[in-house]
Design a protein around this ligand. Structure first.
Ligand code: PLP
Length: 405
């Protein structure tokens, strides 16, 4: 009998959860937070021998243009629980003019701004909210200073689940307005994102809300890992030489690194891997500091400040997984100035047609530095992740229209 490769008949091959730190395993059929044994992130595991029967380059050609095309390696079991607003399958753009300008002709931008709600947070939250809904969560909660809140609100609205969003009081208006308009219960907190996290965990304990904070439940990283599958598929089942990724909690970087291992086991790519580069802002660079110090964990960054709100993560619960991926990939970590990334947003805009989020622009600042230092060679194939649209951050450039670079 012919092997069925279409998304109608293929299904999730999720088997269990495994702690990324202590290796303890748990059943995947109930809502889970951090590892009960060691308080570290749990990762989803699949029956990849089963998955490889249907997850083939040929079979994928007939599948939907969204991240749900990779259904075998996603956790949601019931088709009716897949919440989709068209997330994923974003374009991989050849940045011809920008590449010529930099002397790096094989330059690509993975443009995540085209996701629902304008950022790649839609990937993680599409999958995490679907799975929480499938497992019977009565209500959701999330602390966020930006894009995660909007994405969580959108998928909660689609499911019909109540969601409680906790945002620092100084969160820019577009992010607040978006959550309100999507029907979320928004609470402004006079404090930092860490204080918002405390409120969420309090509500989780007392009201039974399910906490969808990044890496505190196992499935946002599963949504984000699809960036790795897409890159490979869009490059004809090859991988680039270098990936520059703006790193806050690091979910996407951890996810892509996981995806590359899965894809090798699935027979989709070989053992070669891209060099992974974490890009942070010099106002909040705990991963950069830990990487260059040779540490396994990152110490909390004091007085974190940057206009790139997605990078303002002073302590990441998955720090050890980010650092492990950087080292295993022979990658590196780079901190760039806010002034630089704001200017580079305009350079990227004018030479590519993509108006990036400040986080995405930071990858261009890092690329320019790594080319100058010779760490990236001019002929190498390089992918920048533009993780969101610049439009929600328009206030950052307002009044600077004529400013010289
Ligand atoms: C959240 C966010 C980031 C950081 O993503 P992580 O995967 O948590 O490191 C980068 N850019 C934008 C636009 C974001 O919203």
């Amino acid at each position: 009998m012919a092997v069925h490769g279409n998304a109608e008949t293929a299904s999730s091959t999720l088997t269990h959860l495994e702690c990324g730190a202590c290796g303890a395993t748990y059943p995947a059929d109930r809502p889970m937070g951090l590892c009960p044994a060691c308080d570290r992130p749990l990762l989803a595991r699949y029956d990849l021998d089963q998955a490889r029967r249907t997850l083939t380059p040929q079979g994928l050609l007939r599948r939907p243009a969204s991240l749900w095309r990779y259904v075998e390696v996603l956790p949601v079991q019931d088709r009716a629980r897949r919440l989709s607003l068209g997330e994923g399958w974003t374009p991989l753009l050849h940045a011809r003019r920008l590449g010529e300008h930099l002397g790096c002709p094989n330059l690509y931008i993975k443009d995540e701004a085209l996701n629902p709600t304008g950022s790649f947070k839609a990937r993680g939250l599409s999958v995490a909210v679907s799975r929480a809904w499938e497992l019977g969560a009565p209500a959701l909660a999330i602390p966020s200073a930006g894009n995660a809140a909007g994405a969580a609100s959108a998928y909660a609205a689609l499911a019909g689940l109540p969601i409680h969003v906790f945002m620092p009081v100084d969160t820019p208006a577009p992010f607040q307005v978006e959550c309100h308009s999507l029907g979320a219960q928004v609470t402004l907190v006079d404090g930092l994102i860490t204080d918002c996290g405390t409120e969420v965990r309090e509500g989780a304990r007392q009201q039974g809300w399910f906490d969808v904070s990044t890496l505190r439940e196992p499935y946002r990283v599963e949504g984000k890992k699809t960036m790795g599958y897409e890159l490979a598929e869009q490059l004809g089942w090859t991988l680039p030489d270098v990936i520059l990724y703006p790193t806050g909690g690091g979910t996407g970087l951890i996810g892509m690194w996981k995806a590359f291992h899965e894809m090798e086991r699935l027979g989709l790519v070989g053992p070669e891997r891209p060099r992974m580069v974490s890009v942070q802002s010099s106002g909040c660079a705990p991963i950069v500091r830990a990487f260059h110090a040779g540490a396994d964990h990152a110490e909390t960054w004091q007085d974190a400040h940057t206009v790139a709100s997605g990078l303002r993560v002073p302590a990441a619960v998955g720090d050890f997984l980010i650092l492990r991926a950087l080292r295993e990939s022979q990658g590196t970590a780079v901190a760039v100035e806010d002034r630089e990334l704001l200017e580079d947003a305009r350079l990227m805009g004018a030479l590519t047609g993509v108006f990036p989020a400040p986080e995405g622009a930071a990858t261009l600042s890092a690329l320019r530095r790594l080319l100058r230092e010779g760490w990236i060679q001019p002929h190498e194939r390089v992918v920048l992740f533009n993780t969101g649209t610049g439009l929600k951050y328009a206030h950052l450039w307002q009044g600077r229209e004529g400013a010289a670079d």
